[in-house]
Ligand binder design. Structure first.
Ligand code: 8YV
Length: 315
């Protein structure tokens, strides 16, 4: 039987490329110099799109593929996929939840620890000879026993909370409603009130039009000059301009960020700050998790083309 044609939006690790090419007739969108011409040429054959969380598939891409049936996202976040455009044509969408939850939570915790204890500066202190020349490294702030807020107690937020309990932290969370599984955590529906009582505020919400800039000026001001904002979700959940202004003026203590507007090109103002920890959208970036994500992307596509139920459908 002829292999289904799929459009590959961005590169995957080498170990995913081979099985993808074995199972499908792959059109590598990211390698095309003239993307528009490429889509016009291959679009009519394309029945599936394999994309990544941050790349998604916009309306123009979807419309250029009149025979499109399914979009398989390598990532839990599908905010970059135009869902209304998919619904109009009953195009199915899948993502890769669960397999990445623990790694994303781990990175959030690591970012809190690294930033709060000043570990990047401490390493520089050792490597540049400051330790020998100047003596003791400046004291930093403790993590254990302090107050943490989690904005969005879904799968990832819950795993963050589990880990924070190991640090004896006092944990509260915001979500659209109180969660029955949130044992030992206070529910505070207002994100400003949550930020007000938090030393560390984790943003672990699935991004959507409704959550855009949910962390705005007020939340940032409430977190305050001693507070730390940790974002392992999507940049759109935060008003980046308000964040930059607060970090520059020190109205916000610090931030640890894995995601940025316009990434991988981020606002150069971030690079000039000494109160941020910047990560290259790498929360799910372990060999183990990325292998599981790649497998799930293919398994969803294969299930669809075999006429079986999708493993992890979004719509
Ligand atoms: C990936 C992600 O970093 O899960 C998501 O939503 O953004 C990520 O896990 C990304 O899709 C890899 O390219």
């Amino acid at each position: 039987m002829a292999k289904p044609h799929i459009l590959q939006v961005g590169p995957y690790p080498q170990w995913d490329e081979e099985p993808l090419n074995d199972a499908f007739q792959v059109h590598r969108y990211f390698e095309a110099e003239d993307k528009h011409a490429f889509l016009t040429q291959v679009g009519p054959q394309v029945r599936g799109i394999a994309t990544r969380g941050e790349l998604g598939a916009n309306r123009a891409m979807i419309e250029a593929c009149p025979n499109l049936e399914v979009i398989s996202v390598y990532g839990v976040g599908y905010d970059a996929v135009d869902l209304p455009a998919c619904r109009e044509r009953s195009i199915r969408v899948t993502n890769t939840p669960d397999v990445l939850t623990n790694d994303v939570a781990d990175l959030g915790i690591a970012m809190m620890l690294v930033q709060s204890r000043g570990m990047i500066g401490a390493e520089t202190w050792v490597k540049d000879g400051s330790w020998a020349a100047k003596g003791l490294y400046p004291l930093k702030r403790r993590v254990w026993g302090r107050k943490a807020g989690i904005l969005g107690l879904g799968r990832i937020g819950f795993e963050v909370a589990k880990r924070l309990k190991g640090f004896d932290m006092d944990i509260a969370y915001s979500d659209v409603s109180a969660k029955p599984y949130a044992e030992g955590m206070e529910f505070i529906s207002d994100p400003v009130a949550l930020a007000q009582r938090s030393d560390f505020l984790f943003v672990t919400l699935a991004a959507s039009a409704e959550t855009r800039h949910i962390v705005g000026k007020d939340v940032i001001a409430a977190l305050g000059p001693e507070g730390m904002l940790i974002n392992i979700s999507r940049a759109s959940n935060i008003d980046e301009e308000a964040l930059l202004e607060a970090l520059e003026s020190r109205k916000l203590g610090s931030a640890a960020l894995d995601v940025f507007e316009g990434e991988p090109k981020l606002n150069p103002r971030f690079l000039a700050l000494d109160n941020v920890l910047l990560q290259p959208h790498h929360a799910s970036g372990t060999v183990e998790t990325r292998k599981a994500m790649g497998q799930l992307v293919r398994d969803n596509l294969t299930a669809h083309f075999d006429g079986r139920a999708l493993l992890t459908p979004v719509i």
